[in-house]
Design a protein around this ligand. Structure first.
Ligand SMILES: Cc1cc2nc3c(=O)[nH]c(=O)nc-3n(C[C@H](O)[C@H](O)[C@H](O)COP(=O)(O)O)c2cc1C
Length: 371
């Protein structure tokens, strides 16, 4: 097993067996959707479909990038992909570096397209690889491997910081991403991995023409935590200490969505700690176009494909119920329902120079009116 393969299998093992969540939350509990006692919507007619980067999804949900590169990963990918195909949602594969380094591992990713011929599939490569020399050729290889509809470039400086031998050179990363945007035939998504995107990052990525930003904020899986356990296994006390210190580092998902939305006009994916359809409804009302989930679906996929489908169906039912109770008949209407932002989320946004009241009113497309 190569070093990359060992890392992939460690990730699955640790995320499925250890407590790797942040102990800070997404702050979505500081976002309240306003209940409507007169919703004027027929539940049975609620339409959760949406268009994401030019392709129709039955619901605004992405199975976030997770894996590939090992036998177990191939089985997990097949289960997730089959669920995505059946439910009409999108799916990202994990970093395809393993498949590029070793062509024999390509089929652990290719299986996704075989099982999901129609789903929106997102290829994945890491920003550190771009800095180290990957470019348009490797990105095209990753895209072709899964006949991807888009490619995500993951930004994981926190994980690299706590990983043994991590890549700590991110200099020039923005222009490398820009080069992919200019030359690739599919949209390029910039994706964090659980520490969130700031408005500064969104501005830099927006300037090089990125097609979408996946905020992957704080409040779900902590990569400092995952790497803490890998350091523990390796008996590396220094990295264990670092992992513990940075366990909760990052921008909570709710704050990250608003930061990015304040400066970036293209689609935003809300992810990092999205656990219920209510989280999804809140994220969309805050400004996201779709949401992503990783760890819960990994655990479900380790049980069965049916378990993945069962969990996603219940998530969609929660989303629909939140739409019903806010009077939103479709996703475009959900994007404009009123939201109330309170507590530390409000303080954070004010500190960052975002006028919370006008943000909320603008989202709802209304200034208060009287009748
Ligand atoms: C086992 C596992 C492996 C992951 N591998 C990748 C990866 O290769 N590329 C990537 O962009 N994100 C990767 N992620 C990060 C997720 O896509 C996601 O951004 C993060 O886990 C936060 O979402 P969550 O709180 O729903 O788990 C991985 C997550 C998990 C749980």
């Amino acid at each position: 097993m190569s070093e990359t393969q060992k890392r992939k299998s460690d990730h699955i093992e640790i995320v499925s067996k250890k407590e790797v969540s942040h102990s800070v939350t997404t702050w979505l509990e500081h976002v309240t959707l306003v209940h409507q006692a007169v919703p004027e919507v027929n539940f049975s007619e609620i339409d959760t479909s949406t268009t994401f980067l030019g392709k129709k999804l039955s619901a605004p949900i992405i199975i976030s990038a997770m894996t590939g590169g090992t036998e177990e990963a191939a089985e997990i990918n097949a289960r997730l992909a089959s669920a995505a195909e059946k439910l009409g949602i999108a799916m990202g594969v994990g970093s395809q570096r393993a498949g590029i380094e070793n062509p024999r591992l390509r089929r652990t990713y290719e299986v996704v397209r075989e099982v999901a011929p129609n789903a929106f599939i997102i290829a994945n490569l890491g920003a550190p690889q771009l800095v180290r020399g990957y470019g348009v050729r490797e990105a095209r290889e990753a895209i072709e491997m899964v006949e991807a509809d888009a490619i995500a470039i993951h930004l994981n400086p926190l994980q690299e910081s706590v990983q043994p031998g991590g890549d700590l050179d991110f200099k020039g990363v923005t222009s490398k991403i820009g080069r992919l945007v200019a030359e690739l035939e599919v949209p390029v998504i910039a994706k964090e991995t659980g520490a969130g995107m700031s408005m500064e990052a969104a501005l830099a990525l927006g300037r090089v023409g990125i097609a979408a930003i996946d905020v992957a904020g704080c409040g779900g899986t902590s990569w400092a935590a995952v790497e803490y356990y890998r350091a523990e296994e390796a008996g590396d006390e220094e990295l264990m200490k670092l992992g513990k210190a940075f366990w909760n580092w990052g921008i909570p998902t709710a704050a990250s969505i608003v930061e990015v939305k304040a400066v970036f006009r293209k689609p935003i994916v809300a992810s990092g700690g999205i656990r219920t359809g209510i989280d999804a409804a809140k994220s969309i009302a805050l400004g996201a176009s779709a949401v992503g989930l990783a760890a819960p679906l990994l655990k479900a996929a380790l049980i069965s494909e049916e378990e993945v489908i069962r969990q996603l169906r219940s998530f969609i039912l929660e989303l629909k119920t939140a739409m019903f109770l806010t009077g939103a008949g479709n996703i475009e209407e959900l994007k404009r329902v009123p939201v109330v932002l309170t507590g530390c989320l409000r303080e954070w946004l004010e500190t960052r120079g975002i006028d919370v009241n006008s943000y909320a009113r603008r989202r709802a497309g209304l200034e208060p009116r009287v009748v």
